[in-house]
Design a protein around this ligand. Structure first.
Ligand SMILES: C[S@@+](CC[C@H](N)C(=O)[O-])C[C@H]1O[C@@H](n2cnc3c(N)ncnc32)[C@H](O)[C@@H]1O
Length: 281
């Protein structure tokens, strides 16, 4: 018997059919097991992670550069924290691309109080990447976003267009089921059942290998800076994983990872469309 299956399924059904995203942005902190996004709580740890990955990638921390953060969420807090830490340098620009979540204007007004107009003019929230010129971005960042992306190839095509030839990306990805008490339970269901009944709407169940394949297919070079697995928890459900996932995928149990992406000078970019779930579909 799989531990917690009845609780998992009933609460996933509630999440799917009762709670809207807008409701959770406002009242999520009162909903049991719901975890508020980092940007709404504290941008500090997100920017610490970015700074650490930049340092480990050999990127100078204080150079003037154009940074694009994708999937910034309901606040611009990470943009302001990047500004304060001067990770775009003293004169660089910071773009925050958020295609879905509406800006929390009250939080934004509070956050902006700490900065002068010249600094604030260097942070811009955008709803589409189409406004950015070709090859205008030095560094792309994301935190807990890639696991939510439905059209990865569409996103990568846009990022490839806006990234400078020598530019790079740092993506921190959370591969756990976002019902965090059961970090691998979503691997138990066939695709049709997951999509029809259980998917909260924005969790296509990417595994790390699918993401790395998508970047490689687009002509990028990938480097995993960090990854970890919840081995004991995975062991408990391993034998019940849906046939949609590749049991031989060495990255199947990865719970979180940070990767660095650069252009691969030896490979021309080519469109590719690896699917979010296992390759044996
Ligand atoms: C879990 S939230 C993370 C927000 C923020 N980065 C943080 O760590 O607090 C995921 C965000 O990714 C955004 N997102 C989903 N699909 C996206 C896409 N294709 N491109 C950019 N952002 C996307 C969502 O709108 C949402 O704001």
């Amino acid at each position: 018997m799989i531990p917690g299956l009845a609780e998992y399924v009933s609460l996933r059904l509630l999440r799917r059919f009762l709670f809207t995203d807008a409701f959770l942005v406002r009242f999520g902190k009162f909903v049991p097991y719901y975890r508020t996004n980092a940007n709404q709580l504290d941008a500090g740890p997100v920017v610490d992670l970015y700074a650490d990955a930049m340092a480990r990638s050999g990127l100078p921390l204080a150079a003037n550069r154009s940074i694009l953060e994708i999937g910034s969420g309901a606040t611009n807090s990470v943009g302001y924290a990047l500004l304060r830490r001067q990770l775009a340098g003293a004169k660089g620009r910071i773009y925050l691309f958020e295609p879905r979540a509406r800006l929390d204007r009250r939080a934004d007004a509070n956050l902006r109080k700490r900065f002068g107009n010249d600094d604030l003019a260097r942070v811009e929230r955008i709803a589409t990447l189409a406004v950015l010129p070709d090859r205008s971005i030095d560094l792309v960042l994301s935190h807990s976003v890639l696991e939510h992306v439905a059209d990865m190839d569409g996103l990568l095509a846009s990022l490839e267009r806006v990234l400078q030839p020598a530019g790079s990306m740092i993506h921190s990805v959370d591969y756990r089921d976002h019902f965090f008490k059961y970090p691998y339970h979503f691997l138990l269901f066939r695709q049709k059942r997951w999509e029809r009944w259980l998917n909260p709407g924005d969790l296509p169940r990417w595994r790390m290998s699918g993401h790395l394949e998508a970047f490689t297919a687009r002509g990028f070079r990938t480097e995993v800076l960090d990854s970890h697995t919840l081995a004991d928890t995975f062991e408990k459900i391993k034998r019940s994983i849906s046939a949609d996932f590749d049991p031989d995928d060495p990255a199947l149990a990865i719970a979180a990872a940070v990767f660095r992406i650069t252009r691969d000078p030896e490979k021309p970019s080519a469109p590719g469309q690896p699917s979010a779930i296992g390759r044996n579909q």
